[in-house]
Design a protein around this ligand. Structure first.
Ligand SMILES: [Fe+2]
Ligand SMILES: [Fe+2]
Length: 483
């Protein structure tokens, strides 16, 4: 397998201390709304928050908490924080939005009484009748000198400065997780082949890391699915299928427990292939009838392997079902032949998701079943035609949104005769993504240039068309990895 690049420790991402502080902050915010100031729980949480402030203090004895574009920063380091949990963070974010508040600054030696006073005060704020200025006046009037509200404008300026660095940081983190996932898939497959135990907690951990990345920035992982020239594509294929499936799951609004099961199902969907002869898997020519008969046993072998080698729980049950059903079509054709249960009109959701993303990756890679890669847009068209028989129309539409037009990882030609790698799709204008310019008329650039095509100063750069990198001998993997 290809070498896994080491990742430097992040300067821009915060650690567990900051995560604890942010959790304590939102918990206190919520508690202040529901209980009295002198309540024992409130006092305990206040003391915990004060300890977190001390731990996170900057050199000037201050702690800045900022929210910029739904991302959380403490002292300008971004915090990985799941705001969909019980902390009520999302409600605070929308309240700050309407008040024009972009953050809050605490003196790290703030008295407990002042912390209680601040949160009690914020709990009573009515967003429609107040704004940043009036709130700041109140804080002054109440002599709260160790806490100050910050404006959104200041925070936005900061965003312009850090956004590119943050994007790179995201991509580095995503890369590290992606290669970790690939090595976990390899370990699982090798161990299964040799009838050894599978480390299921390691697998779950890597799925959770993938979920964290996708919920924050799906593009940096989708981009990596464009690398098709791995030595052993099977491991990359399972990882790609997992990334696509989780991205679809996140867009569907599945909760974390279901996402975790979906991720595992995706990673294990082809595990039955380890029970087939390696010569068949790696056969360079097209399959003959005999090969196909053998290949079509992998769903069944996969389900059996999962049920035999994993402790039986919801994850294992779902993964076994996904392995068994991922080549069964919407109309129950495909393989293996399953009898359509009378009570059920369609396959289960996970099998339908895996079927779509598995087909897409197999056809675009040209490394599984067919020996020639097909461009993503042609694959999507083909899949669309087969929608009535094979795929769930609603799920296919969402998937099309994820990888449509210029998916992250596409190589495109610009009107300026430059060649660029698509990095992030803009929600507002999918035709003008964020790109990395890797070549021009003179040839491949030594230092790539980053460009936001939706920005005014890049108005002269328009995407002319997608380029098939293999046709021009371009090394997508190199373009993706060079920063
Ligand atoms: Fe398969
Ligand atoms: Fe597959």
């Amino acid at each position: 397998m290809d070498v896994i690049p080491a990742e430097p420790k992040s300067r821009l991402l915060a650690g567990p201390r900051e995560e604890r502080l942010l959790t304590a902050f939102f918990v206190l915010y919520k508690t202040a709304r529901i209980i009295e100031e002198n309540n024992a729980t409130f006092k305990r949480q206040t003391a915990g928050f004060a300890r977190c402030l001390e731990e996170c203090s900057d050199e000037g004895g201050k702690v800045h908490i900022k929210i910029i574009s739904s991302r959380y920063f403490i002292n300008d380091r971004m915090v990985r924080f799941d705001d969909r949990g019980l902390s009520g963070a999302a409600a605070v974010v929308s309240e700050w939005d309407s008040l024009g508040v972009g953050g809050v600054r605490f003196a790290s030696d703030i008295e407990h009484a002042e912390i209680e006073q601040f949160f009690t005060f914020m709990a009573q704020v009515k967003p429609n009748s107040e704004n940043l200025e009036s709130l700041s006046e109140h804080l002054k009037a109440y002599h709260m000198s160790s806490v100050q509200l910050l404006s959104r404008t200041g925070a936005e300026d900061k965003e312009a400065m850090v956004s590119e660095e943050i994007r790179r940081e995201f991509r580095r983190g995503a890369r590290s997780t992606f290669f970790k996932a690939m090595s976990v898939v390899k370990e699982v497959m090798v161990n299964t082949k040799q009838e050894r135990d599978i480390n299921i907690s390691k697998t779950k951990r890597v799925v959770h890391s993938l979920i964290d990345h996708i919920t924050r920035d799906e593009a940096s992982l989708i981009e990596l699915t464009a690398i098709k020239d791995f030595d052993d594509y099977t491991y990359a294929h399972c990882t790609n299928v997992c990334v696509y499936a989780l991205t679809l799951g996140v867009r569907l609004g599945l909760d974390r427990a279901r996402l975790s099961q979906l991720g595992m199902t995706a990673l294990f969907h082809d595990i039955g292939k380890v029970k087939l002869p390696t010569d068949l898997i790696r056969k360079p020519q097209a399959y003959d009838e005999n090969d196909w008969i053998q290949m079509q046993t992998h769903p069944h072998l996969g389900a059996k392997t999962i049920l035999r080698n994993l402790t039986f729980d919801t994850h294992a049950a779902r993964a076994a079902r996904g392995a068994l059903e991922h080549h069964v079509n919407k109309d129950f054709t495909g393989y293996p032949m399953l009898r359509r249960p009378r009570s059920k009109k369609s396959l289960n959701l996970f099998s339908k998701i895996i079927s779509i993303v598995d087909t897409f990756d197999a056809l675009t890679s040209g490394r599984i079943y067919i020996r020639k890669p097909i461009p993503p847009e042609d694959v999507l068209k083909k899949m669309h035609y087969q929608m009535n028989v094979k795929f769930d129309g609603f799920l296919l539409k969402i998937f099309n949104d994820i990888v449509g037009i210029y998916p992250a990882g596409s190589v495109v030609l610009l009107s300026t005769d430059e060649i660029a790698l698509v990095l992030t799709n803009s929600e507002h204008d999918k035709a003008r993504p964020y790109v990395k310019i890797v070549g021009n008329k003179q040839g491949i650039l030594e230092q790539p240039e980053w460009a936001d095509l939706s920005a005014e100063d890049n108005a002269h750069r328009v995407i002319v068309r997608r380029i098939d990198p293999t046709r021009y001998g371009l090394d997508v993997k190199h373009f993706i990895m060079c920063d």
